[in-house]
Write a protein that binds this ligand. Structure first.
Ligand SMILES: Nc1ncnc2c1ncn2[C@@H]1O[C@H](COP(=O)(O)OP(=O)(O)O)[C@@H](O)[C@H]1O
Ligand SMILES: O=C(CO)[C@H](O)[C@H](O)COP(=O)(O)O
Length: 474
């Protein structure tokens, strides 16, 4: 289990608000020593920081860690930082880890810049589902993580939703809600559903029950009609559903206690967030149909900008709304999480430098970190295929990277077959975007130009949402 520093139920430190204990500096410095590794924090006051002296903060709670990006209205980065979660396992107390990581990132912000922060937004992993007591903000059960599957809910979910609807997957938010509803034996009357980023934003603004239409997609919200469908509202658990706003919409001012603790200004506004792969798409600043962003993080998430909306749960394909267009795609469980189980980041860099990306690997794998795949094959029981392993690790890594590239190519081909705009160019986000050999392998396998996005961190996309929200306040 991650070496978390456990808070006693009540401690003599700063006041606990809704069960969230804001930590003293002494306590935070103790956490820093124990478990959450500070990876980097660039805090120099950028010489170009002129203009209206306003900054916008984006925070990304990813799969393996969290990052922040602090930008001005020109999109210039004035500070960025990262915290990794360290070793986690099935016993990890994720809500506490996310809360501590968020507070540490706020602590990592250069104190001289905090008073200039106008707005904050947070992105999190999609379909990461929390059932919350609406009186206290406390969790009523452990979070359902993004890649968890609740197959027992599927017969009921598929009986109420339209055929092949986005929610018709064991990993959908609705399947997780139904699973809790069917298993909870205590009083459900005060329960409310929130997504990971909603709950973390609530820690900053204090207004429960608000989400965004990207996070709400997988519980059944229809971003086109901007409403929950009747087949969902007619369910006995519909009272748990949060209200939905567009990403980057102002919710509330920052709570006074946390504002004072970290030295934010009185006009700092907290805005709705989005999911991590949508934030990565926003960071890439792709604007034309046919252009796409592949997020090579712990997972492989694909977002193709399309004029047509496509969804087909048989293949794990769904469409997020982006203003007047659609982000068609899905998320595979393949990706960096598989690489991290076999190689360190240094090994990845060293071995990748020895790969000739212009020569195809003959090794044929389906790299998964464990059983279960979401897209382009929707099979919760799918087994990883990572053997035979050659003696040479360069050849092994080449085979894995090429096999992941084949999955990416199959995914884009599937979107085209289902009627989406054909991919013409791919921009890359996430930790894997730094791998040049992989980019060239992908370019050869996909048959289209593959670039590194101008900004590869989802936190930058979340900062753009904060900038959008601040504009809405004027
Ligand atoms: N040089 C590299 N080549 C390929 N993948 C890499 C490289 N360096 C790091 N990664 C992968 O990047 C992933 C982390 O990316 P990141 O976007 O930070 O993840 P997430 O947001 O999903 O937690 C890790 O799983 C790691 O395996
Ligand atoms: O796999 C993930 C973990 O990083 C993504 O959060 C998620 O599955 C992508 O979903 P969406 O397309 O809804 O953003």
């Amino acid at each position: 289990m991650a070496a978390l520093v456990h808070l006693p139920a009540r401690h003599s430190g700063p006041p606990c608000i809704h069960g969230v204990c804001y930590f003293s500096r002494r306590f935070i410095s103790r956490i820093k020593r124990h478990n959450l590794v500070r990876m980097s924090s660039k805090g120099c006051l950028d010489a170009q920081f002129q203009g209206s002296k306003r900054l916008y903060l984006g925070i990304d709670l990813g799969t393996s860690g969290a990052r922040y990006a602090l930008i001005d209205k020109q999109g210039i980065v004035h500070s960025e930082g990262k915290r990794t979660y360290g070793q986690t396992d099935v016993a990890t107390n994720w809500a506490t880890l996310w809360k501590e990581t968020l507070l540490l990132l706020l602590e990592d912000l250069p104190p001289t810049l905090r008073p200039y922060i106008s707005s904050i937004s947070i992105d999190g992993t999609s379909a990461t589902t929390l059932i919350i007591d609406s009186n206290t903000g406390e969790l009523l059960c452990k979070p359902f993580l993004y890649n968890e599957s609740c197959p027992d809910s599927l017969p009921f979910v598929t009986s109420i939703a339209p055929e092949n609807h986005t929610v018709c997957a064991g990993s959908s938010t609705l399947s997780k809600l139904v699973s809790w509803w069917n298993s909870c034996t205590s009083d459900k009357g005060n329960a409310i559903l929130m997504h990971q980023s909603d709950w973390l934003l609530w820690l900053l603004h204090g207004k429960l029950g608000v989400t965004d239409y990207n996070n709400a997609l997988k519980v059944g919200y229809d971003p086109d009609t901007e409403s929950y469908p009747n087949w969902l509202l007619s369910q006995p658990f519909s009272y748990l559903l949060p209200s939905v706003k567009p990403p980057g919409t102002p919710i509330e001012s920052m709570k006074e206690d946390i504002r004072r603790q970290f030295g934010f200004s009185k006009d700092c506004v907290i805005c709705t967030g989005t999911t991590d792969s949508i934030a990565a798409f926003l960071a890439a600043r792709v604007t034309l149909p046919g252009k796409a962003v592949t997020s090579l993080g712990s997972t492989l998430a694909i977002k193709l900008l399309s004029t047509s909306r496509i969804e087909d749960a048989r293949f794990g394909v769904y469409s997020h709304r982006l203003d007047d267009k659609w982000l068609v795609g899905g998320a595979s469980n393949t990706g960096g999480a598989v690489l991290s189980k076999i190689f360190t980041d240094d090994q990845l860099e060293h071995l990748s430098g020895q790969i000739n990306p212009l020569i195809a690997s003959t090794l044929d794998y389906y790299p998964l970190p464990s059983y279960g795949e979401r897209f382009p094959i929707a099979n919760p029981d799918m087994q990883p295929r990572l053997h035979p392993r050659p003696e040479n690790d360069v050849a092994y890594l080449h085979g894995i990277l090429e096999s992941i590239a084949r999955i990416e190519a199959k995914a884009y081909e599937l979107l085209k077959e289902l009627g989406a705009s054909e991919v013409e160019e791919v921009f890359t986000a996430g930790g894997g975007s730094k791998n040049q050999a992989w980019r060239k392998i992908r370019e050869r396998v996909l048959g289209v130009p593959v670039h590194v996005a101008e900004h590869t961190e989802a936190a930058y996309g979340a900062a753009l949402l904060a900038l959008k929200g601040a504009g809405a306040c004027r």
